[in-house]
Design a protein around this ligand. Sequence first.
Ligand code: NAD
Ligand code: UFG
Length: 343
Amino acid sequence: MKTILITGGAGYIGSHTLVECLQAGYQAVVLDNLSNSSSEVLNRIRCITGVSPIFVQGDVCDAEVLTNIFSTYTIDVVIHFAGVKAVGESVQDPIKYYKNNVAGSLVLCQIMCNMNVFKLVFSSSATVYGDSRDMPLREDSLNTSPINPYGHSKLMVEQMLSDLAKSDPRWSIAVLRYFNPVGAHASGLIGEHPKGVPNNLFPYVSQVAVGLRPFVCVFGNDYPTADGTGVRDYIHVVDLAQGHLMALNYLNAHNGYFLWNLGTGRGYSVLEVIKAFSTVSQVDIAYEFLPRRPGDLAECWSAPQKASLELGWNASLDLNSMVTDSWRWQTLNPHGYDVEEEG
Ligand code: NAD
Ligand code: UFG
């Protein structure tokens, strides 16, 4: 049985990927500092899979913690989710982003080298494409730079990983550029519960539908899109998690540095998302038009063909599944993993 170290495995995408990995027969060690997650997720994962993953509470920047993990367990491969991800916060506090995302990845790679582990899957983001208008975005659509420190931190790690793979043929590295991950596990036991006011559309709309917030603020209705609102490539988190399994399979057979977009290849507008939530929840969801949010693009969607051809991976869950699963998670867990939290 192969053992995976999943950094950030208590988080939103990490927990869904952990479920898929356990169900595929991998053994998992989770390293997470719980800065944006709860240990309750591990109980939920046990309910879904019948397996308790090994959990280490610690920081990916901590070389001693990492060395202990690699000395205690025979790790075959690492999936590296741990990091911080709020675009606005990255502008206010860039050091936090370069420390957690760049320095954390550097320490991880250094310890992996020391401990002779050379297989790595890294969470990157469509944010690396900056304000490219080259739709649909292909893996080589990097004709502009990222427009915020978060995006720079992801692109810097991609560069570091590409250089590492060139330096030593033992490395097998998969970089996955996610588009807009949404939805939740069909069990309703795990999902995303952002702390405070959600930045992202899906959790915001579902909190309005469940009555935690009065209306959705729609940022801009004057974009050059069909209904004037922003268009994004939303991808179900379970499809995304399965993309990681396909990447693991690929790394078992190939050495080098590989890069794939994980998206559906189709975009939906803000109003289409609100309408889908209204239909599924049977709630009339109020919304108001506000000015555009600084830094937002009119539209952003992926060309997913490379992952389809090389990994045999295709997203299969549609907008209705994304909304249905988000809604189930939201109604069963209105306060996320913390029953005492205020809304
Ligand atoms: P998340 O915040 O839910 O999960 C990240 C996890 O990492 C959390 O459990 C957090 O506690 C942990 N963590 C953060 N810093 C850490 C550190 N220094 N050491 C140990 N643990 C740490 O976020 P997510 O949405 O699951 O994102 C996972 C990865 O995917 C991140 O790297 C993120 O940048 C990337 N990504 C996310 C999105 C998205 O929209 N959710 C899009 C593209 C890329
Ligand atoms: N939007 C609203 N109201 C809200 C929130 C969002 O109208 O309350 C709109 C935005 O203007 C945009 C669309 O909904 O048009 C999607 O916005 P999100 O914040 O959900 O997602 P983004 O595309 O802005 O960014 C997300 C992550 C980034 C990541 C990017 C690509 O937040 O970290 O997807 O993966 F880089």
